[in-house]
Design a protein around this ligand. Sequence first.
Ligand SMILES: [Ca+2]
Ligand SMILES: [Ca+2]
Ligand SMILES: [Ca+2]
Ligand SMILES: [Ca+2]
Length: 264
Amino acid sequence: MRIDVGQKSVTIHEFTVPADSDEDRIADRWERDMVRVWNNQYGATETIGPAFFGKDAAGNYDDKEERDPDSPPGNPAADTDGGRNLPPHKTQGDSLTVAQEYRGLVLDGGGFDGRGRGGHAGGHVRLSPVFKEYLWEVDIMAQPDPPAPQYPTPRGGFVALLNAVAADYSDQTGATGLPAPRATGRGAGIHVYWVIDDTSMIHGVFGAPVNADRFAALYRHPLLSSEFVHVLFVDDHRGRAGLRGVSQGYSLIFMRKIANAVSS
Ligand SMILES: [Ca+2]
Ligand SMILES: [Ca+2]
Ligand SMILES: [Ca+2]
Ligand SMILES: [Ca+2]
């Protein structure tokens, strides 16, 4: 911004507005970059320009990640990115529009590619219209007082566990370099990101049958409830012995049951 005062001209602040030739409020440069990534990932030849990720004829933003994360449409035998040739998902798209992906989110971690690279260190990050993202709201139950060694903290802490699980979701080589919760190379080409919301949920042991609806609702972050899956790391329950987790609109992970299964 320049202000003229008499003979003098003072530059107060210079700023640039990213070019947006198709006026979809997404910078052309980002759209071009993403088309290159798309062509590379799906063996496609889309024109490098702002149209591909622009609004459709009805004025809506796309949500069109391919079903098969590493094959051209109609050619599942071809593998575009090395490693394993991953099977297709059930649906196209990840429920996030290109506009939401461009705007991005403030997230705590995740975002590994198929080789365990590119992990997000925390803070704002743009998402991808090429890869599917899977977003988690993570809550962690506090230790009882006094602490119970039977309610284990994962080796390296919960962030190390989240890193390993997130890398596993995208892993296509079995060699992500991150600790694996199981035999790897069996990922789905999906990029998991998370927000750690609460690290001291009140301690308790669930009864039988396990019903945690009210508990989960108490810790659900209202701003995250539309797009984030609610993942709760908790201690224990008195239900069926082999039950290590429950998924019923939210996911409970029983750390004591998992520790018992691993050590026995
Ligand atoms: Ca999308
Ligand atoms: Ca592959
Ligand atoms: Ca494939
Ligand atoms: Ca996406």
